[in-house]
Design a protein around this ligand. Structure first.
Ligand SMILES: C[S@@+](CC[C@H](N)C(=O)[O-])C[C@H]1O[C@@H](n2cnc3c(N)ncnc32)[C@H](O)[C@@H]1O
Length: 277
């Protein structure tokens, strides 16, 4: 899928990239998304007529899904609590069988036993709430599935320090939300994810680590991405008001800063989870 001019402009800004580097970055990310879609395809669960996607975000996964996997006789609803994301995807995908909708995972606006499948990409780890009741969105997602229908989720996860840069970034985000009195789900182990899904009513749960590659970015591009990320992390810390939380965040960052494994780690990995209601 070719990037829009706006996507390239945003990447150039976000990571201080040249036009060529931004295009290179987009190509690598798209390649990873294509691999993830083909992992979903191999599960042979993306079937049935009515499908719900949870957490549209910028919509690159949604676009890849619609292009590569959605059949014309299937209907895809995608929900996100941020209106901007829904407006954005609505302008990018105009198809009769595609319906973007602003909605909160804590209260999914569909009846129980409604969908034939549910899919979610890189959304679960980013859930945040004042209530701390993180079982609720899992119950909602499983509730709207028909009995026996599959849930397929891909997410960041944390296990044995395999993805230290993702861990560092999400830990700092977690502290900055804590500073505002909001709980952030954050990176969990595969077992914690499975427990949430099981408690929420999913059965036959399986998981697989996918897309665990050597860092695919050329060195110069990789260094620019790391520098931009570090700047963003320092800004996050600067905004923390509580001195106790700020100290904790600074300690975490300094324990990682300059470590070669942050730069040289394999990218991803993505945790693919699936099961049936
Ligand atoms: C990292 S983005 C998703 C990325 C996208 N699926 C992709 O793979 O490119 C996570 C999205 O989840 C949405 N989100 C977070 N909490 C939510 C909630 N409670 N209900 C609905 N959407 C939520 C955010 O607005 C954000 O757009």
């Amino acid at each position: 899928m070719n990037p829009t001019l706006k996507e390239i402009r945003n990447l150039k800004q976000q990571f201080s990239l040249t036009q060529k580097e931004a295009q290179q970055y987009h190509k690598i990310i798209q390649h990873r998304l294509n691999k993830e879609i083909s992992s979903v395809e191999k599960l042979n669960l993306f079937k049935g007529k009515l499908i719900l996607e949870c957490g549209t975000g910028q919509g690159r996964f949604t676009q890849t899904l619609v292009k590569n996997l959605l059949r014309p006789d299937q209907v895809l609803y995608t929900i996100d609590s941020t209106p901007r994301m829904i407006k954005n995807i609505g302008s990018k995908i105009r198809r009769k069988n595609f319906h973007p909708l602003v909605a909160d995972l804590w209260k999914i606006p569909f009846p129980d036993n409604h969908f034939d499948a549910l899919i979610s990409h890189y959304t679960l780890h980013g859930l945040r709430s004042k209530s701390k009741d993180f079982l609720k969105p899992f119950k909602e997602m499983i509730g709207v599935l028909k009995p026996g229908a599959p849930l397929i989720a891909m997410t960041f996860y944390y296990d044995k320090g395999e993805n230290p840069s993702a861990y560092l970034y999400h830990r700092l985000i977690q502290l900055s939300y804590q500073d505002k009195g909001i709980s952030f789900f954050g990176l969990k182990s595969p077992e914690i994810y499975k427990n949430f899904l099981r408690k929420a009513g999913l059965k036959k749960i399986k998981s697989k680590v996918i897309n665990f590659d050597s860092f695919p970015f050329p060195e110069k591009l990789r260094d620019k991405i790391h520098a931009a990320r570090l700047k963003e992390e320092k800004n996050l810390i600067k905004k923390i008001k509580s001195s106790k939380l700020k100290k904790e965040a600074e300690k975490i960052l300094s324990s990682f800063e300059g470590k070669p494994e942050l730069k040289n780690q394999k990218v991803g990995p993505t945790l693919l989870l699936w099961g049936r209601k």
